[in-house]
Design a binder for this molecule. Sequence first.
Ligand SMILES: NC(=O)c1ccc[n+]([C@@H]2O[C@H](COP(=O)([O-])OP(=O)(O)OC[C@H]3O[C@@H](n4cnc5c(N)ncnc54)[C@H](O)[C@@H]3O)[C@@H](O)[C@H]2O)c1
Length: 328
Amino acid sequence: MTDFYKGKKVLVTGGLGFLGSNLACRLAGLGAKVTLLDCLLPGHGGNLFNMADFKKSARFVKGDIRNKPLMERLVKGQDVLFNIGAQTSHTDSMKNPYLDVDINTRGQINLLEACKKANPGIRVVYCSSRAVYGSVSKRVIDEETVPRPLDVYATNKLAGEHYHRVYAKVFGLNATILRVANGYGPRAQMKEPSFGILNWFIRLALDDAQIKIFGDGKQVRDYVYVDDITDAFLKTGRNMKIPGETLNIASGRGLPLITIVKEVVRLAGTGRIVHVPWPDTNKKIDVGDFVAEVSKAGRLIGWRATTPLRDGLEETIAFYRQNKKRYW
Ligand SMILES: NC(=O)c1ccc[n+]([C@@H]2O[C@H](COP(=O)([O-])OP(=O)(O)OC[C@H]3O[C@@H](n4cnc5c(N)ncnc54)[C@H](O)[C@@H]3O)[C@@H](O)[C@H]2O)c1
């Protein structure tokens, strides 16, 4: 990894957020010249403390992907763009669809146009979501599964994917799409639940609070630790031969939510699980059981998730115990 990234100029949008800052931290460690762009969108995961460990070896620009002149300036001269910044809340996208459209579709076009004009040779990795699949009857979901998004956020993430495919095919942009499953780990927003439910349950456990599970908790989920997601980004970014491809990034192993939450409570030593009926809105946009097929990522970028759930949870719990006041 160092051979490829040392000295490379790398731009990470959403760089102060959960996935962006974990990736930026690794890139800085590999000797890349990292620029983080983030608009610190209110209520989202952008947090200046996320770059505390590497602030001397990265540059932060406060700005918005919707600002075209800024994006043209920033992409110029970069070797790799990790396109991660987004409106990320499913529920907010249903309450205020216009903000989601503005950032997750218009913002994406803006970024792609900036690349086309100012840096057509740049390598682009677009961070999409497994949410684009929506609710599908197949148990194990591969990249050929027809996406049927269930909310505005997922619909716009799918549009973002299509824009990247179109720019790859029509304009020759070297862009690859990653469909990332549910992530968990350090440096995530922990103030409210609509961004990543496993991290939220970890907070509740650390607060020795009630953890409400909708229904029996048997819904199967595929959780992937943030270090594994970071590895997938890095391996994709250095592979120049997969333009227009779409890869699932997930653990590939599904577990009932209740099993995962019991493990959280056991490792934290605090927190209480209670079962509650499904609220109507959540039921309507729930994706049902989900396990991703990940062999394509294995084939094309030599990646698979390697962190056991227990190790990932232990590291996450230890991180938030130590840094609670920065995230609560
Ligand atoms: N966390 C997950 O489990 C998960 C799963 C699948 C996909 N994703 C995708 O990963 C990406 C990052 O999600 P995250 O979990 O790190 O969320 P996050 O909220 O922690 O990070 C997103 C960051 O993007 C920034 N941002 C938002 N709009 C912006 C704009 N217009 N211009 C510049 N910056 C902007 C926010 O301020 C924030 O720091 C998103 O694209 C999301 O769709 C995340």
